[in-house]
Design a binder for this molecule. Sequence first.
Ligand SMILES: Nc1ncnc2c1ncn2[C@@H]1O[C@H](COP(=O)(O)OP(=O)(O)O)[C@@H](O)[C@H]1O
Ligand SMILES: N[C@@H](CC(=O)OP(=O)(O)O)C(=O)O
Length: 575
Amino acid sequence: MAASLQLCRAKTPTHSGFFNTRSPSPSPSVSSTRIQFVASTDLLSAIGGGACRRRRALRVGYQRGIRAVLEEKRTEEEEDEKESFGENVKQFTCVMKFGGSSVASAERMKEIADLIQSFEEERPVIVLSAMGKTTNKLLLAGEKAVSCGVSNAAEIEELRFIKDLHIRTLDELEVDRSIISPYLEEFEQLLKGISVMKELTPRTRDYLVSFGECMSTRIFAAYLNKIGIKARQCDAFEIGFITTDDFTNADILEATYPAVAKRLYSDWVNDPAIPIVTGFLGKGWKSGAITTLGRGGSDLTATTIGKALGLQEIQVWKDVDGVLTCDPTIYPGAEPVPYLTFDEAAELAYFGAQVLHPQSMRPAREGDIPVRVKNSYNPKAPGTLITKTRDMSKAVLTSIVLKRNVTMLDIVSTRMLGQFGFLAKVFSIFEDLGISVDVVATSEVSLSLTLDPSKLWSRELIQQELDHVVEELEKIAVVNLLQRRSIISLIGNVQRSSLILEKVFHVLRTIGVNVQMISQGASKVNISLIVNDGEAEKCVKALHQSFFESGDLSELVADGSFGNGSASLLQIETQ
Ligand SMILES: Nc1ncnc2c1ncn2[C@@H]1O[C@H](COP(=O)(O)OP(=O)(O)O)[C@@H](O)[C@H]1O
Ligand SMILES: N[C@@H](CC(=O)OP(=O)(O)O)C(=O)O
């Protein structure tokens, strides 16, 4: 019997790209040169059968020789494979993520297609969110289905809205309706199922919202193909996005990176086409069910692909001119921030700036891949470039972020001063209850902290849970629960904290607002202030004017624009 060992060396035909004729590098998977080693077992046993030392030495030497050759060849093959794998992956230059507002209609999809084509030198991977507000509508439809009764499920207003939007878009793009009709039918069936069961579990919720991204990507890929740009729709949960099974707020697992890289690469080698990937979705590693990455999770999909493929840039296309100095819905005078570090962007996102998903900076930071936030409505605007480091020599404040409806706890130890383990006990209670803490300020016997209102970004921290927290804490401390508070986070150069704080307190004193807690994070990019919900917006406006607008607050006060006390509030409110 002959043992045949085959080693393949990479050589592939070349492929042409979508926009230009740049060809990807050779691939290991298609072989035209094959080196073949055939080691006969008969020969080996013949050599090994003799008793004399010389023959044994010959046998050992021969076997070692073969092993060495094979090992060397195997390593060579692996190296070749790695090399050409890397080169091929590098055929994708960037990932471009388009959010809901960028793909809200047929017209927007056409504009995005033009935009993608305008980057002639790029070979992008595209990540899309659901069209417009589809995710919200899907969730609302699911919630209505729970209580509307089976006979009314087909009449749910949001079902009609979603069907109309998607069919209208297909018609306007002149793409065949059959591309998504199975999804629309299944969506209706699912609503009927929910109405029968009278419950919407987190797992079903994720399955329900996945229809949004599954449909938008199919429509867009079909449109690109129709206009002659070769594209391939990819469901993230089929191409290697492996997550925890925390439905509605799943975490991406490490195994995702090689799996996604391998799949995108091999698809490309087999048939080069722009991948159009569903944002926001993954596959639970235990359940095998569709999971979602938390609201706004398509940003995370994009940065994950960026890291997996080691791309040159991750582009996140929004409906604003980049990351702004504050939320434009709170203060329309917000200005784009040209540069940010990953740390600043992560802090900004974590403390509530809707513009980026809180976890999305992690893969970009790990892979050291620049993230550019751009406006799909205004592509010429430079946007925001997020990198590992930036010149901080002139930086003071970068952005102001507001997080509303926060719960604050004042916890004072009932034990004597000098008791150790108090903080450990407090935090172990939060750990046991699975509640995340945002801002903390502490002395030896007392502690003030805020609780994330959306408990890990997914669901409301309900009153029952809060009562339970207080009950547990009251075993070791006197607890004061303060609700309807806001965190104002000042993201910037905390090396200049004295300057920032001097200005902040001047502003807040001028408008008559008391700060209830203050914390400077270990991240060194964030100072957080806690104020009452009702006062938060006017604080943000006043702080923005003071830090970012030409007239310094003192000048405004001097010329009577702010006046003092209530007169100043009136001025700010009416702006
Ligand atoms: N600091 C900020 N900078 C920019 N946008 C912000 C900021 N804070 C909140 N936003 C809001 O985030 C929105 C963009 O994020 P998002 O709606 O998730 O975009 P998309 O759906 O296109 O990914 C903006 O329209 C803006 O209202
Ligand atoms: N469609 C999902 C995921 C997402 O990222 O959306 P957007 O990019 O529009 O924020 C959501 O609404 O949460």
